[in-house]
Design a protein around this ligand. Sequence first.
Ligand SMILES: NC(=O)c1ccc[n+]([C@@H]2O[C@H](COP(=O)([O-])OP(=O)(O)OC[C@H]3O[C@@H](n4cnc5c(N)ncnc54)[C@H](O)[C@@H]3O)[C@@H](O)[C@H]2O)c1
Length: 382
Amino acid sequence: MSKKKPLNVGLVGYGFMGRTHSNAYGKVNQFFDLDRRPVLKAVCGRTESNVKAFAERWGYQSTETDWHKLLSRSDIDLVDIATPNDSHAEIAIAAAEAGKMVMCEKPLGRNPAEASGMVAAVESAGTPNMVWYNYRRVPAVTLAKHIIDEGRLGKIFHYRAKFLQDWTISKDLPQGGAGLWRLDASVSGSGVTGDLLAHCVDTAIWLNGPIQSVTGMTETFIKERRHNLSGKIERVTIDDASAFLARFDNGALATFEATRYARGHKALYTLEINGENASIFWDLHDLHRLHYFDHRDEGQLRGWRSLHITDGDHPYMKHWWVPGLQIGYEHTFIHQVADFLEGLRTGKAAAPTFRDALATDLVTDAVLKSAKSGRWETVGRA
Ligand SMILES: NC(=O)c1ccc[n+]([C@@H]2O[C@H](COP(=O)([O-])OP(=O)(O)OC[C@H]3O[C@@H](n4cnc5c(N)ncnc54)[C@H](O)[C@@H]3O)[C@@H](O)[C@H]2O)c1
């Protein structure tokens, strides 16, 4: 039996993210030396047979079908929210008020008003909190952060990010309900702006500092779809594609683009940063590589280096296999849990906190406002 202090987890939602989080809680102590041990105490979902099957597969000790019940249990320390966006605020605020630690999926809220309420709740309860912007913890992206913080790029001129998918091109795809709630803005808050660009914005703020102002455009290519819940043809309320220009506080200019209409691309998140001395490029489809160009290299040998981020001195990698062997997507969630637990030990909150994630919601909100107004919008401060 482990002598580590248990951290009893109550997970809400057992879909895509429920699986990644459960996997992370189960693996983290095998690979990281931590003083806390997550215990899969309870999972909550609305359909009893499904939630029981999930609990059986992943090793949860108990199940609930109403999240209020989960929050009222004295044997739950941490509430983990992996439900669609329309329930984040209600569950997170109630969890904080019940004195639970809270981890929440992104985007924090459907809009800044919801997200601000969530920040206020966790801060007034003084409870540890974190948002699952997991791409910060791809070792190659973490290394990019270290390289930038060391000043190797010099003054940063450009930031460029894209997140491209192609799964909603068919006009016959319905909207709403299980699996397709992302196409219904009353549940998701927005389309690709809050879903995909939120990831790009979180990484961008982390790597390059606050975003000052934006000008954006959005489009809904398919205007009507059958709604899975009403059975009727209804107007589509999300943005199918979104692109914006931005100015950072540090003077850098940026372009961001996300769409679910880029035929051939499934989850192509790319980012590039160009500085006075050096540039960085990263691509989610090749996530264990960081591309680096340094103008100060010797002339004839100067060129883009493709760094294979698998060595023991690369971020997180000493916890995994031997140099040269790659890790993948699911590991980013394990890293996030490890950092959260380490934050509990040191008392220094692991980022992104709810307040950090509010900054992202403020940017995506300004993009949507600008797409309507046709003007540059100033981004509010978290
Ligand atoms: N960090 C990432 O990279 C990433 C990736 C995908 C999704 N997400 C976010 O994670 C969240 C969930 O997305 P997903 O793809 O896992 O969705 P999903 O549809 O696969 O799963 C959602 C789950 O929530 C359950 N649920 C819905 N309402 C509930 C309620 N009231 N009580 C209990 N359970 C409820 C559903 O039954 C389902 O099990 C969203 O906020 C999404 O934006 C983040």
